[in-house]
Design a protein around this ligand. Sequence first.
Ligand code: LLP
Length: 442
Amino acid sequence: MNSTNQSLKPLTTKINDNGNIEIGGCDLVGLAEKYGTPLYVIDEYTLRSVCRDYRDAFKNYPKVNMMYASKALCNMGISSVLASEGFGFDVVSAGEIYTVFKAGVDMAKVLFNGNNKSFDELSLAMRLGVGRISVDNFFELSLLNEIAKSYNKTADILLRITPGIECHTHEYIQTGHLDSKFGFDLTQIDEAVELILNYYTNLKLHGLHAHIGSQIFETSIYGDEIEILVKEIARLDEKFGLKPDEINAGGGLGVKYTNSDCPPSVYTIADIMINRLNECIEKYKIDPPSLFIEPGRSIISTSGVTLYTIGSSKIVPKGKTYFAVDGGMADNARPSMYGAQYYAEIANKPDYEHADTVTIAGRFCESGDILIKDIKMPEPEEGDILCVYNTGAYNYSMASNYNRVQKPAMVLVNNSQSDIIIKRETLNDLIFHDEIPGRLRK
Ligand code: LLP
């Protein structure tokens, strides 16, 4: 069965009676006029559809917990939508912990990940009652034990392991291969468990956690990952008489950025994971563990688009034709950082012939700030509204104020209604944290 992450555009995308593209019943040209550009737009219907896909796909395994990887896009509005869909949250910083806490999320359903969590961050997690902490290394084991002791609490932990699985994605977003900065090597697990059992009295081990990478199109590696996790918890049970009863397989499922991308369905991944898990339960003779997954990109990417206004253009003799937009690498770092590709349309000319090959340049002072190279579209004109698809994940969350440019606003659209969920930054926001030392003031 198909799932929402296999769609290039939000599910509610259509051409309306004005001849413009609309999403969530909202005319994109109207949204650009009302809120300005660049503008991040998130379609609530699409977001809720993905959540439904995940729930349906995994419904045949009785103990599944969906955790949304907040790093893909974290703000209070999105956290509220996902909490209402029954999702927990994978967080990686004090900022993400605080955001979900302020959004009213049940902190017992939050898991704290990261390869170098600080004393302050771990303390905040303990104080706010974060449900699980995935401990990444020996240093963190002892630090967390001390912090838990000082609060007179027990920290509920998983051990993050490096399963030794190499997936074929961009090198920067592979994480499960052996020589990775994340997690305990398989050969280090026993030493970590011995420390927990013999010395670290304020830690309780619930299970193991792994994450193999991101924007993954392969399917069978999820089964291999499940087998490694189950084999290890069975081994820990046998060797230490422990009954770790949780495995967390991380996230990673890919999305469709361009027409040539064919990501697998959530249903396919779920079948592979559940079948292998059931086989392994028999094979390694363990009680069925709770399965946690923590997808980020495949939850939020498809529901998001970014609107820009076309400004200047430049035709290079015997070269490219550039059209510049009012945003770029500071609101979407992925093309310049990973060579990521995106698809776009002109929101006010959706049914014009795609006759020209153009390059969409950003407005930032860097030659590498190119959003889309050589895309076919109707010739853009100044003032046209460009809609770039599949920008929900890792766009806002990786945005910067490069060139001292304000970060865009974000609206949530649904049933012809649009609501601001992140306000556009103002010039005063940009200087809010600046100080001029007294001795320099006249
Ligand atoms: N769990 C852990 C432990 C992770 O490190 C990640 C992503 C996820 C879950 C969620 O993975 P997803 O389902 O989103 O693939 N900035 C990069 C992506 C970095 C992903 C880092 N970890 C990009 O823009 O492609």
